[in-house]
Design a protein around this ligand. Structure first.
Ligand code: HEC
Length: 504
């Protein structure tokens, strides 16, 4: 069989066709024969093999994508000799392996049993693999003289379409439904199917609801990843109010009026090394402010519809809420208008200096959005050419910067000193630059910093310690620096809410 497919001109591939169809039928019958996932009842070997699914699945995706590109290329330039048959064979074969491993993974997780998302992904994978087999078979027949080239192209196209759909489904299962859209520009979010939860902040304070606008966003950020319609860990969904109350395998999710008896409070309040603590595996949990807020809401009866303005929250709860959602200055239309006008004026005043900098560095400085006066700067297109002297030319715009990307540029600690006055700076990327621990004295002054990238720098534990005062820091990238796990531990004691990406 192998010689037949590797030779450029095939004999009639009857045997291959029969074999291919048997595999397709086998895959389609598999879910019916095996029944619902049995989770822990499955042998460890099943669960072990299942975990290879995320590794194997990239093979068919890569191979099939390559075939699509080769075929597209052949529309413009025919050399009449090359055939994608062998590539398709490997694409189809690895897709079957991916489906098998995926199926074992599915069988080994009892939570998948009532997850419509997981079932849909399983069928998507089986459909993709069956189409890949069919595409290969039709290609083998056309190569042996049958005239079905158009049918082959049609199948290849269908196969690629189903592949995109199934892989997106799979990614949503593992990373949560908003993985793709979380950091997308707001205008793109609805196009990509993202949730509109982010828009909530904009609501006038008087209209804000305790559950929908305060409690649910906390749960969305910290819990929905594993407790949603696709992933239903502990048979518990938290993505609607009714399901949140209803609870899971073990108990009701909340007990209105009694926070201390509510499972979400019990589970989140456990010590970090307790197996039952939520979220599991030492993932960043609820902050004290978030727990305080949710407890207050439950004790007050856990209303799904009450307005924050009418809920009589005690001052400490209001303070806790304010820390999460910056109060939008929109209670009064006149105030909102004045705020918008102030931004417009600020933009107009900045415009001239921005234009000047723009001349020296085309495209590098931009307003963050149309409604704000915050500026972003990126040296990415200049990389190896951008130095401390260039940084000095940014002079007048520096105080307006909210996001700066200096990755892989020539800058040193001198540039950090120049950046120190950027009091509104939220995002700073310094990866693969020559900065040193000494330079971080200036970074420590940037009180608004939320995300800092130190990937591939010489920064050490001593430098990291200088940053513990940055109370707004949420994300820190230290992969391939001199920072040690002990240094990270020490840092986490001071800033427990900051997620540190240290690589593996
Ligand atoms: C990384 C995945 C993950 C995240 C994030 C997560 N959980 Fe869970 N959760 C699980 C798993 C797995 C179980 C089932 C095992 C268990 O009961 O301990 C579970 C079970 C639960 C249960 C028990 C449900 C029942 O009745 O059996 C509660 C309550 C819960 N989680 C609350 C939360 C809360 C609140 C958050 C957010 C602060 C959260 N979880 C975040 C994975 C997660």
């Amino acid at each position: 069989m192998n010689e037949a497919i590797l030779e450029n001109k095939c004999r009639k591939p009857i045997l291959l066709t029969v074999l291919g169809l048997v595999v397709c039928v086998g895959m389609l019958a598999m879910p019916y024969l095996a029944g619902l996932p049995r989770g822990e009842a499955m042998p460890d070997l099943v669960r072990f093999i299942g975990r290879f699914h995320p590794v194997i699945l990239h093979l068919p995706i890569g191979i099939l994508s390559l075939v699509v590109f080769i075929e597209l290329g052949s529309v413009f330039c025919r050399d009449g000799r090359s055939s994608t048959r062998t590539a398709l064979f490997f694409g189809a074969a690895t897709s079957v392996l991916a489906v098998m491993a995926g199926f074992l993974l599915f069988q080994g997780e009892s939570d998948w049993a009532d997850s419509p998302g997981a079932t849909r992904h399983m069928w998507g994978g089986i459909a993709f693999s069956s189409l890949a087999i069919m595409t290969f078979l039709v290609k083998a027949w056309t190569d042996s003289g049958a005239s079905a080239a158009w049918f082959y192209r049609l199948l290849l196209l269908a196969c690629a379409g189903v592949m995109i759909f199934a892989s997106h489904d799979g990614a949503s299962l593992t990373h949560g439904p908003d993985y793709l859209t979380k950091y997308a520009p707001p205008s793109l979010k609805p196009l990509l199917g993202g949730s509109a939860a982010a828009a909530v902040v904009e609501k006038p304070a008087a209209e804000r609801l305790v559950y929908a606008d305060v409690v649910a966003p906390i749960l969305e950020e910290k819990c929905w990843k594993c407790h949603n319609e696709k992933k239903v860990k502990g048979k518990f969904r938290m993505d609607t109010y009714e399901l949140l109350v209803k609870g899971g395998k073990e108990d009701k999710g909340i007990e209105p009026g009694n926070a201390d008896k509510s499972n979400i409070i019990i589970r989140t309040g456990l010590p970090i090394d307790d197996d039952e603590r939520m979220p599991p595996d030492e993932k960043p949990g609820l902050t004290a402010d978030e727990i305080l807020t949710i407890k207050w809401w439950i004790n007050a009866g856990a209303s799904p519809t009450q307005k924050l303005a009418e809920a009589n929250a005690p001052a400490e709860v209001l303070a806790a809420i304010a820390k999460r959602v910056p109060a939008a200055p929109k209670e009064n239309p006149a105030v909102a208008e004045a705020a918008a006008q102030a931004e417009t004026d600020k933009r107009a005043a900045l415009q001239k200096t921005v234009d000047e900098v723009q001349k020296a560095f085309p495209g590098a400085v931009q307003f963050e959005s149309q409604a704000t006066s915050g500026l972003t700067f990126t040296a990415v297109s200049m990389r190896g050419k951008f130095s401390d002297d260039d940084m000095a030319k940014l002079g007048p715009v520096i105080t307006g910067l909210v996001s700066v990307d200096l990755s892989a540029s020539l800058i040193t600690d001198k540039s950090l000193a120049l950046l120190a006055p950027a009091k509104d700076l939220r995002i700073l990327r310094l990866s693969e630059t020559k900065i040193s621990d000494a330079g971080l004295d200036n970074v420590a002054k940037m009180a608004s910093l939320e995300s800092l990238n130190l990937y591939g720098t010489e920064i050490s534990d001593a430098g990291l310690q200088k940053l513990v005062g940055l109370s707004k820091l949420k994300r820190l990238y230290v992969w391939r620096s001199k920072i040690t796990p002990a240094g990270i531990e020490e840092f986490k004691k001071k800033l427990p809410d900051c997620v540190i990406e240290a690589g593996i």
